[in-house]
Ligand binder design. Structure first.
Ligand SMILES: [Zn+2]
Length: 62
């Protein structure tokens, strides 16, 4: 089994986070492992979210 790692880097996840991933009209509600750094970045991004590889992400499912 591979070691669990953050969705966006090779760090060990800090926690599983409920995130909304969206692009145009597409919506995906996911629970993803995030490292502390990326969790904080997503928190700081707030409702506007942050873009990764063409998709926007924000914390929470709504
Ligand atoms: Zn990370």
């Amino acid at each position: 089994m591979p070691r669990p790692r953050c969705l966006w880097c090779t760090e060990t996840p800090y926690q599983e986070a409920a995130v909304l991933k969206w692009r145009d009209e597409e919506r995906e509600r996911l629970t993803v492992p995030l490292c502390r750094k990326h969790l904080i970045r997503l928190k700081d991004a707030g409702p506007a979210g942050r873009v990764q590889k063409g998709w926007s992400y924000k914390l929470g499912w709504w």
